[in-house]
Design a protein around this ligand. Structure first.
Ligand code: FEO
Length: 395
Protein backbone atom coordinates (compact mmCIF):
# COMPACT_ATOMS: atom_id res chain seq x y z
CA UNK A 1 0.00 0.00 0.00
CA UNK A 2 1.65 3.27 -1.00
CA UNK A 3 2.17 5.99 1.57
CA UNK A 4 -0.54 8.65 1.55
CA UNK A 5 -0.65 11.99 3.35
CA UNK A 6 -4.10 12.49 4.95
CA UNK A 7 -3.35 15.91 6.42
CA UNK A 8 -0.13 17.80 6.96
CA UNK A 9 2.16 15.48 8.90
CA UNK A 10 -0.39 12.63 9.05
CA UNK A 11 0.34 9.64 6.82
CA UNK A 12 -1.25 6.30 6.07
CA UNK A 13 1.60 3.76 6.13
CA UNK A 14 -0.19 0.40 6.48
CA UNK A 15 -0.60 -2.61 4.21
CA UNK A 16 -3.22 -4.21 1.99
CA UNK A 17 -3.93 -7.95 2.14
CA UNK A 18 -6.26 -8.45 -0.85
CA UNK A 19 -5.82 -12.21 -1.13
CA UNK A 20 -6.51 -13.06 2.51
CA UNK A 21 -9.69 -15.13 2.55
CA UNK A 22 -10.21 -16.02 6.21
CA UNK A 23 -9.91 -14.14 9.48
CA UNK A 24 -9.67 -15.78 12.91
CA UNK A 25 -9.84 -19.04 10.91
CA UNK A 26 -13.61 -18.60 10.57
CA UNK A 27 -14.64 -15.21 9.14
CA UNK A 28 -14.79 -15.20 5.32
CA UNK A 29 -13.04 -12.23 3.68
CA UNK A 30 -14.52 -12.01 0.16
CA UNK A 31 -12.78 -8.67 -0.43
CA UNK A 32 -9.57 -9.29 1.51
CA UNK A 33 -8.65 -6.72 4.13
CA UNK A 34 -6.16 -4.01 5.03
CA UNK A 35 -4.15 -3.32 8.16
CA UNK A 36 -4.09 0.46 8.34
CA UNK A 37 -1.31 2.10 10.28
CA UNK A 38 -0.85 5.85 10.61
CA UNK A 39 2.23 7.96 11.19
CA UNK A 40 1.95 11.37 12.80
CA UNK A 41 4.95 13.66 12.56
CA UNK A 42 4.77 16.44 15.12
CA UNK A 43 7.17 19.32 15.60
CA UNK A 44 9.01 17.50 18.41
CA UNK A 45 7.95 13.87 18.34
CA UNK A 46 6.76 11.22 15.91
CA UNK A 47 4.09 8.62 16.67
CA UNK A 48 2.92 5.52 14.85
CA UNK A 49 -0.70 4.54 15.47
CA UNK A 50 -1.00 0.76 15.47
CA UNK A 51 1.19 -1.53 13.40
CA UNK A 52 0.11 -4.27 10.97
CA UNK A 53 -0.27 -8.03 10.79
CA UNK A 54 3.12 -9.81 10.88
CA UNK A 55 2.41 -11.16 7.38
CA UNK A 56 2.70 -7.58 6.06
CA UNK A 57 5.13 -5.97 8.49
CA UNK A 58 7.77 -5.54 5.79
CA UNK A 59 5.35 -3.27 3.91
CA UNK A 60 5.03 -1.06 6.99
CA UNK A 61 8.78 -0.85 7.51
CA UNK A 62 9.34 -0.06 3.82
CA UNK A 63 6.73 2.70 3.99
CA UNK A 64 8.52 4.24 6.99
CA UNK A 65 11.79 4.06 5.09
CA UNK A 66 10.15 5.67 2.04
CA UNK A 67 9.27 8.61 4.29
CA UNK A 68 12.89 8.56 5.56
CA UNK A 69 11.72 8.24 9.16
CA UNK A 70 14.81 8.13 11.36
CA UNK A 71 13.07 8.20 14.73
CA UNK A 72 9.73 7.00 16.08
CA UNK A 73 9.19 8.06 19.66
CA UNK A 74 5.82 6.46 20.32
CA UNK A 75 3.95 3.44 18.97
CA UNK A 76 0.33 3.87 20.00
CA UNK A 77 -1.33 0.49 20.48
CA UNK A 78 -5.10 0.80 20.45
CA UNK A 79 -5.70 -2.95 20.47
CA UNK A 80 -3.59 -6.01 21.30
CA UNK A 81 -4.94 -8.31 18.57
CA UNK A 82 -2.07 -9.43 16.39
CA UNK A 83 -3.40 -8.13 13.07
CA UNK A 84 -2.43 -4.69 14.44
CA UNK A 85 0.02 -5.40 17.22
CA UNK A 86 1.90 -8.27 15.57
CA UNK A 87 4.22 -5.89 13.73
CA UNK A 88 5.12 -3.88 16.86
CA UNK A 89 8.18 -5.97 17.88
CA UNK A 90 9.78 -5.34 14.48
CA UNK A 91 9.03 -1.61 14.73
CA UNK A 92 10.62 -1.57 18.20
CA UNK A 93 13.68 -3.33 16.78
CA UNK A 94 14.00 -0.88 13.89
CA UNK A 95 13.33 2.12 16.14
CA UNK A 96 14.99 1.26 19.49
CA UNK A 97 14.05 4.58 21.10
CA UNK A 98 10.32 3.97 20.60
CA UNK A 99 7.96 3.37 23.53
CA UNK A 100 4.67 1.53 23.21
CA UNK A 101 1.93 3.86 24.43
CA UNK A 102 -1.21 2.12 25.60
CA UNK A 103 -3.53 1.50 28.53
CA UNK A 104 -2.64 -0.82 31.41
CA UNK A 105 -4.85 -3.69 30.22
CA UNK A 106 -3.48 -3.59 26.69
CA UNK A 107 0.06 -3.42 28.06
CA UNK A 108 -0.44 -6.65 30.01
CA UNK A 109 -1.87 -8.36 26.93
CA UNK A 110 0.97 -7.19 24.69
CA UNK A 111 3.47 -8.51 27.22
CA UNK A 112 1.74 -11.90 27.16
CA UNK A 113 1.08 -12.11 23.43
CA UNK A 114 4.22 -10.54 21.99
CA UNK A 115 6.73 -10.75 24.86
CA UNK A 116 7.36 -6.99 24.73
CA UNK A 117 9.46 -6.10 27.79
CA UNK A 118 8.06 -3.90 30.57
CA UNK A 119 10.56 -1.07 30.00
CA UNK A 120 9.28 -0.43 26.45
CA UNK A 121 5.87 0.76 27.66
CA UNK A 122 4.36 4.11 28.55
CA UNK A 123 0.91 3.70 30.13
CA UNK A 124 -1.88 6.21 29.51
CA UNK A 125 -5.24 6.72 31.21
CA UNK A 126 -8.68 7.49 29.81
CA UNK A 127 -8.69 11.13 28.70
CA UNK A 128 -4.90 11.33 28.89
CA UNK A 129 -2.97 13.29 26.27
CA UNK A 130 0.41 13.04 24.61
CA UNK A 131 2.04 16.04 22.96
CA UNK A 132 4.06 15.66 19.77
CA UNK A 133 4.81 19.40 19.77
CA UNK A 134 2.23 21.00 17.50
CA UNK A 135 -0.01 17.92 17.53
CA UNK A 136 -1.71 16.33 20.53
CA UNK A 137 -3.06 12.81 20.90
CA UNK A 138 -5.92 12.13 23.27
CA UNK A 139 -6.77 8.62 24.43
CA UNK A 140 -10.30 7.34 24.93
CA UNK A 141 -10.47 4.02 26.73
CA UNK A 142 -13.27 2.10 25.00
CA UNK A 143 -13.40 -1.48 26.26
CA UNK A 144 -15.03 -4.31 24.31
CA UNK A 145 -14.76 -3.11 20.76
CA UNK A 146 -14.08 -5.93 20.55
CA UNK A 147 -11.54 -7.01 23.20
CA UNK A 148 -11.43 -5.83 26.82
CA UNK A 149 -8.38 -3.62 26.31
CA UNK A 150 -9.47 -1.56 23.29
CA UNK A 151 -9.01 2.20 23.14
CA UNK A 152 -9.46 4.96 20.57
CA UNK A 153 -6.96 7.71 19.76
CA UNK A 154 -8.00 11.22 18.76
CA UNK A 155 -5.72 13.75 17.10
CA UNK A 156 -7.04 16.99 18.55
CA UNK A 157 -5.63 19.64 16.15
CA UNK A 158 -6.73 17.76 13.01
CA UNK A 159 -9.96 16.27 14.44
CA UNK A 160 -9.05 12.77 13.31
CA UNK A 161 -10.37 9.73 15.17
CA UNK A 162 -8.27 6.56 15.00
CA UNK A 163 -10.70 3.92 16.35
CA UNK A 164 -8.73 0.81 15.31
CA UNK A 165 -11.26 -2.01 14.70
CA UNK A 166 -14.35 0.06 15.49
CA UNK A 167 -16.00 1.41 12.28
CA UNK A 168 -13.69 -0.78 10.18
CA UNK A 169 -14.49 -2.91 7.17
CA UNK A 170 -12.75 -5.84 5.58
CA UNK A 171 -11.99 -4.22 2.24
CA UNK A 172 -8.50 -4.27 0.79
CA UNK A 173 -8.42 -0.49 0.64
CA UNK A 174 -7.20 2.40 2.77
CA UNK A 175 -8.63 4.85 0.25
CA UNK A 176 -11.04 7.63 1.12
CA UNK A 177 -14.68 6.65 1.46
CA UNK A 178 -15.60 9.10 -1.30
CA UNK A 179 -13.70 7.08 -3.91
CA UNK A 180 -15.64 3.88 -3.12
CA UNK A 181 -19.23 3.06 -3.99
CA UNK A 182 -21.23 3.91 -0.88
CA UNK A 183 -23.43 0.80 -1.09
CA UNK A 184 -20.39 -1.45 -1.37
CA UNK A 185 -18.68 0.28 1.54
CA UNK A 186 -21.70 0.18 3.86
CA UNK A 187 -22.31 -3.47 2.97
CA UNK A 188 -18.72 -4.33 3.90
CA UNK A 189 -18.95 -2.24 7.08
CA UNK A 190 -22.24 -3.93 8.07
CA UNK A 191 -20.78 -7.37 7.46
CA UNK A 192 -17.78 -6.42 9.60
CA UNK A 193 -20.03 -5.04 12.34
CA UNK A 194 -22.10 -8.24 12.29
CA UNK A 195 -19.11 -10.55 12.53
CA UNK A 196 -17.02 -8.62 15.03
CA UNK A 197 -18.86 -5.84 16.81
CA UNK A 198 -22.48 -7.01 17.11
CA UNK A 199 -21.95 -8.98 20.36
CA UNK A 200 -20.82 -5.69 21.95
CA UNK A 201 -23.76 -3.54 20.85
CA UNK A 202 -24.46 -2.11 24.29
CA UNK A 203 -20.81 -1.17 24.81
CA UNK A 204 -20.81 0.63 21.46
CA UNK A 205 -23.95 2.53 22.47
CA UNK A 206 -21.98 3.87 25.45
CA UNK A 207 -18.90 4.75 23.40
CA UNK A 208 -20.98 6.52 20.74
CA UNK A 209 -22.30 8.90 23.41
CA UNK A 210 -18.70 9.88 24.19
CA UNK A 211 -17.92 10.39 20.50
CA UNK A 212 -20.96 12.64 20.06
CA UNK A 213 -19.16 15.27 22.12
CA UNK A 214 -16.08 15.30 19.89
CA UNK A 215 -15.58 17.15 16.61
CA UNK A 216 -14.58 14.53 14.05
CA UNK A 217 -13.47 15.45 10.53
CA UNK A 218 -11.97 12.10 9.55
CA UNK A 219 -12.41 8.58 10.87
CA UNK A 220 -9.32 6.53 10.10
CA UNK A 221 -9.97 2.92 11.14
CA UNK A 222 -7.44 0.11 11.05
CA UNK A 223 -9.31 -1.91 8.41
CA UNK A 224 -10.76 -0.57 5.17
CA UNK A 225 -11.43 2.92 3.84
CA UNK A 226 -11.02 6.21 5.69
CA UNK A 227 -14.27 8.10 6.27
CA UNK A 228 -14.14 11.63 4.88
CA UNK A 229 -17.77 12.03 5.88
CA UNK A 230 -17.83 10.50 9.37
CA UNK A 231 -21.62 10.70 9.55
CA UNK A 232 -21.84 8.01 6.87
CA UNK A 233 -20.53 5.36 9.23
CA UNK A 234 -21.69 6.98 12.49
CA UNK A 235 -25.31 7.07 11.31
CA UNK A 236 -25.10 3.49 10.04
CA UNK A 237 -23.81 2.37 13.44
CA UNK A 238 -26.55 4.30 15.23
CA UNK A 239 -29.08 2.24 13.28
CA UNK A 240 -27.31 -1.11 13.76
CA UNK A 241 -26.81 -0.69 17.51
CA UNK A 242 -30.35 0.60 18.08
CA UNK A 243 -33.14 -1.70 19.27
CA UNK A 244 -34.96 -1.30 15.94
CA UNK A 245 -35.59 -4.45 13.92
CA UNK A 246 -36.96 -5.01 10.42
CA UNK A 247 -39.78 -7.10 9.00
CA UNK A 248 -37.36 -9.92 8.19
CA UNK A 249 -37.17 -13.61 9.06
CA UNK A 250 -33.74 -15.23 8.79
CA UNK A 251 -34.17 -18.91 8.04
CA UNK A 252 -31.01 -21.04 8.21
CA UNK A 253 -31.77 -24.69 7.48
CA UNK A 254 -30.33 -28.11 6.85
CA UNK A 255 -32.32 -30.98 5.38
CA UNK A 256 -30.99 -34.53 4.99
CA UNK A 257 -33.74 -36.17 2.92
CA UNK A 258 -36.05 -33.36 1.83
CA UNK A 259 -38.70 -33.38 4.61
CA UNK A 260 -37.33 -30.33 6.41
CA UNK A 261 -36.66 -28.65 3.06
CA UNK A 262 -40.33 -29.05 2.13
CA UNK A 263 -41.32 -27.38 5.41
CA UNK A 264 -38.80 -24.58 4.82
CA UNK A 265 -40.16 -23.96 1.32
CA UNK A 266 -43.75 -23.99 2.55
CA UNK A 267 -43.02 -21.59 5.42
CA UNK A 268 -41.04 -19.29 3.14
CA UNK A 269 -43.97 -19.00 0.75
CA UNK A 270 -46.44 -18.53 3.63
CA UNK A 271 -44.35 -15.71 5.10
CA UNK A 272 -43.92 -14.00 1.73
CA UNK A 273 -47.70 -14.15 1.20
CA UNK A 274 -48.05 -12.30 4.51
CA UNK A 275 -45.63 -9.57 3.39
CA UNK A 276 -42.65 -10.76 5.44
CA UNK A 277 -39.19 -10.84 3.90
CA UNK A 278 -37.33 -14.14 4.25
CA UNK A 279 -33.56 -14.63 4.12
CA UNK A 280 -32.84 -18.29 3.41
CA UNK A 281 -29.51 -19.96 4.18
CA UNK A 282 -28.79 -23.56 3.27
CA UNK A 283 -26.30 -24.38 6.01
CA UNK A 284 -24.39 -26.88 3.86
CA UNK A 285 -23.11 -24.03 1.72
CA UNK A 286 -23.97 -20.79 3.56
CA UNK A 287 -21.65 -17.79 3.72
CA UNK A 288 -21.78 -17.24 7.48
CA UNK A 289 -20.68 -13.63 7.05
CA UNK A 290 -23.79 -12.94 4.94
CA UNK A 291 -25.92 -14.80 7.51
CA UNK A 292 -24.44 -12.69 10.31
CA UNK A 293 -25.14 -9.52 8.33
CA UNK A 294 -28.82 -10.43 7.98
CA UNK A 295 -28.99 -11.04 11.73
CA UNK A 296 -28.08 -7.38 12.41
CA UNK A 297 -31.66 -6.15 12.05
CA UNK A 298 -33.92 -9.18 11.52
CA UNK A 299 -36.88 -9.45 13.89
CA UNK A 300 -37.09 -13.23 13.81
CA UNK A 301 -34.96 -16.34 13.30
CA UNK A 302 -36.51 -19.67 12.34
CA UNK A 303 -34.14 -22.61 12.37
CA UNK A 304 -34.90 -25.51 10.04
CA UNK A 305 -33.24 -28.79 10.94
CA UNK A 306 -33.42 -32.49 10.35
CA UNK A 307 -32.95 -34.81 13.30
CA UNK A 308 -29.66 -36.69 13.34
CA UNK A 309 -29.40 -39.53 15.84
CA UNK A 310 -31.29 -37.99 18.76
CA UNK A 311 -30.74 -34.30 18.22
CA UNK A 312 -30.53 -31.42 15.78
CA UNK A 313 -28.25 -31.81 12.78
CA UNK A 314 -24.66 -30.68 13.64
CA UNK A 315 -24.93 -27.85 11.07
CA UNK A 316 -27.98 -26.56 12.96
CA UNK A 317 -26.05 -26.75 16.23
CA UNK A 318 -23.30 -24.69 14.62
CA UNK A 319 -25.76 -22.09 13.29
CA UNK A 320 -27.52 -21.83 16.66
CA UNK A 321 -24.20 -21.48 18.46
CA UNK A 322 -23.23 -18.66 16.07
CA UNK A 323 -26.56 -16.88 16.56
CA UNK A 324 -26.08 -17.13 20.32
CA UNK A 325 -22.52 -15.76 20.44
CA UNK A 326 -23.20 -12.99 17.90
CA UNK A 327 -26.06 -11.79 20.15
CA UNK A 328 -28.28 -10.20 17.49
CA UNK A 329 -31.22 -8.10 18.66
CA UNK A 330 -33.78 -10.61 17.31
CA UNK A 331 -37.09 -10.61 19.15
CA UNK A 332 -38.47 -14.04 18.21
CA UNK A 333 -37.18 -17.51 17.41
CA UNK A 334 -38.71 -20.81 16.38
CA UNK A 335 -37.73 -24.18 14.97
CA UNK A 336 -39.15 -26.30 12.20
CA UNK A 337 -37.96 -29.76 11.21
CA UNK A 338 -38.51 -33.43 10.88
CA UNK A 339 -37.58 -36.59 12.76
CA UNK A 340 -37.69 -40.30 11.98
CA UNK A 341 -38.33 -42.01 15.30
CA UNK A 342 -37.89 -39.42 18.05
CA UNK A 343 -35.33 -37.07 19.46
CA UNK A 344 -34.78 -33.96 21.52
CA UNK A 345 -33.67 -31.44 18.92
CA UNK A 346 -35.70 -28.61 20.43
CA UNK A 347 -34.19 -29.08 23.89
CA UNK A 348 -30.71 -29.08 22.40
CA UNK A 349 -31.28 -25.89 20.41
CA UNK A 350 -32.87 -24.06 23.33
CA UNK A 351 -29.99 -25.17 25.54
CA UNK A 352 -27.55 -23.37 23.24
CA UNK A 353 -29.32 -20.02 23.59
CA UNK A 354 -27.62 -18.84 26.76
CA UNK A 355 -26.71 -15.27 25.79
CA UNK A 356 -29.90 -14.12 24.12
CA UNK A 357 -33.50 -14.68 25.14
CA UNK A 358 -35.77 -14.11 22.14
CA UNK A 359 -39.38 -15.21 22.66
CA UNK A 360 -39.99 -18.75 21.40
CA UNK A 361 -42.86 -19.07 18.93
CA UNK A 362 -44.45 -22.55 18.94
CA UNK A 363 -42.14 -24.78 16.84
CA UNK A 364 -43.37 -27.24 14.23
CA UNK A 365 -41.58 -30.57 14.51
CA UNK A 366 -43.07 -33.37 12.40
CA UNK A 367 -42.58 -37.10 11.98
CA UNK A 368 -41.26 -37.99 8.52
CA UNK A 369 -42.48 -36.06 5.51
CA UNK A 370 -44.90 -33.21 6.33
CA UNK A 371 -48.61 -33.98 5.84
CA UNK A 372 -51.68 -31.79 5.47
CA UNK A 373 -52.07 -31.26 9.23
CA UNK A 374 -48.40 -30.29 9.43
CA UNK A 375 -48.80 -27.70 6.68
CA UNK A 376 -51.68 -26.23 8.69
CA UNK A 377 -49.32 -25.87 11.66
CA UNK A 378 -46.81 -24.10 9.43
CA UNK A 379 -49.57 -21.73 8.31
CA UNK A 380 -50.31 -21.07 12.00
CA UNK A 381 -46.61 -20.42 12.63
CA UNK A 382 -46.59 -17.89 9.77
CA UNK A 383 -49.72 -16.28 11.26
CA UNK A 384 -48.04 -16.01 14.65
CA UNK A 385 -44.97 -14.37 13.14
CA UNK A 386 -47.21 -11.91 11.30
CA UNK A 387 -49.01 -11.02 14.54
CA UNK A 388 -45.72 -10.53 16.36
CA UNK A 389 -44.26 -8.37 13.56
CA UNK A 390 -47.44 -6.29 13.49
CA UNK A 391 -47.19 -5.78 17.26
CA UNK A 392 -43.70 -4.35 16.59
CA UNK A 393 -45.26 -2.11 13.90
CA UNK A 394 -42.96 -3.61 11.25
CA UNK A 395 -45.73 -3.76 8.67
FE1 FEO B 1 -8.42 -5.99 13.54
FE2 FEO B 1 -9.45 -7.10 16.58
O1 FEO B 1 -8.27 -6.85 15.19
Amino acid sequence: MPVKELKTGVYSVGALHPDRRLFDEIIPLPDGTSYNSYLIIGKNKTALIDAVDPAKQDVLINNLKTLKIKEIHYVISNHAEQDHSGGIPLVLKEYPEAKVVTNIKCKEMLKELLLIPEDRFKVVEDGGTLSLGDKTLKFIIAPWVHWPETMLTYLIEDSILFPCDLFGSHLASDDYSTSINTDKLLKAAKRYYAEIMMPFRTHIQRHMKVLEKIKIDLIAPSHGPIYVNPNLILNAYKDWISDNVKNVVVLPYVSMHGSTLKMVEYLTEALKQRGIEVKLYNLTEADIGALAMDLVDAATVILGTSTMLTGAHPSAFYATYLVNILRPKIKYISVIGSYGWGGRMLDHIQGLLTLIKPELIEPVIVKGYPKSEDFKKIEQLADQILIKHKELKLL
